[in-house]
Design a protein. Structure first.
Length: 88
């Protein structure tokens, strides 16, 4: 579960990692269509998702996608399918 993850929405890519306490740390954001860096953070000072939203609120769609990817990573697929089945 630890490791580097990438989430992309509308030409913006967030690179983030999960620490051992299952917390998100945003490492950087790139504009993939222009190959430019939008934001970069120093190791040890990676903002969590709430802080990233506060610092870069215009990227709300990207932060929503990161949150979705985070929950997809944290909750195993078999648990997600069981939760869906109980709602039907």
């Amino acid at each position: 579960m630890d490791g580097i993850h990438r989430t992309e929405v509308d030409g913006l890519q967030a690179t983030w990692q999960l620490n051992q306490r299952h917390e998100i740390g945003i490492m950087c954001v790139h504009n993939t269509s222009e190959a430019t860096q939008v934001a970069s953070f120093e190791p040890g000072d990676y903002p969590d998702l709430v802080q990233a939203r506060e610092r870069l609120p215009k990227l709300a769609k990207l932060w929503d996608a990161v949150r979705h990817d985070f929950w997809t990573e944290v909750i195993p697929a078999h648990c997600r399918s069981r939760a869906f089945e109980t709602r039907e």
